[in-house]
Design a protein around this ligand. Sequence first.
Ligand SMILES: Nc1ncnc2c1ncn2[C@@H]1O[C@H](COP(=O)(O)OP(=O)(O)OP(=O)(O)O)[C@@H](O)[C@H]1O
Ligand SMILES: [Mg+2]
Length: 255
Amino acid sequence: MTLVPILEVRDISIRFGGVQALKNISLALFPGEVLALAGDNGAGKSTLIKIISGVYRAQEGELFFDGKPLSMQDPQDARSKGIETIYQDLALADNLDVGGNIFLGREPMRRKLGLPVIDRERMRKVAREVLDRLDIVIPDRKLAGPVQMLSGGQRQAIAIGRAIYWNARVLIMDEPTAALGVPEQRKVMELIQTLKAQGVAVLLISHNLHDIFAVADRIFVLRRGEAAGERLTRDTHGEEIVRLMVGSEYAAQTV
Ligand SMILES: Nc1ncnc2c1ncn2[C@@H]1O[C@H](COP(=O)(O)OP(=O)(O)OP(=O)(O)O)[C@@H](O)[C@H]1O
Ligand SMILES: [Mg+2]
């Protein structure tokens, strides 16, 4: 692990009208690390990743990418830097095939009779290569059909494949396994390990403590928009994380 974080959030605050969604949040994410973002409903997890992925702009605080100040106008800016975000439901364009989804908005072109046309053959070839690289099995006839025919886990895997193909350096996943069956959840967890081994930094939002403990190196807990604590996964346990999530006053009552 290098000493320069690939991504750093420093003293970020944001309000929506009367709601202080985040207050003075600072965190660092290193290459090849999986950082879990935990917290109860409404704690500010999605808001934080929307700031990191260029959807919202914080009212206070700064972002750094690879040690340099990062300012973004929109999510396209984040993507061009190698910050890819995957949402469970908004991950793919349902009516396109796998290749179409991998190249969405960035289609390769070739010349036919002197005119530029989309290079579909190359898209299919890359789709197959990306899936092979991630060990995802999808038969050819399904590869060429719309991705709405695929399972939730396969779709999630394609979104991850797309991020890898475009050389993501930071991959943000908001509840990637929430709607998946058990084998598919396992596959996504495996893919996260693969990315980590390739040096990608992963920021994982999950309500599932089992998933968090299975893949995360560190856990950052938000509570009502504030930093409630940060632990190395090997130095903590589920009970402590729950206590940080809900506050000791509540946890004390339930023990
Ligand atoms: N666009 C918005 N406008 C107004 N308030 C918002 C907006 N987005 C989030 N909030 C508020 O900010 C707070 C944090 O919301 P956020 O969606 O970040 O929580 P979360 O930790 O992702 O929760 P969940 O686990 O339920 O997804 C909540 O009080 C929410 O109501
Ligand atoms: Mg959320």
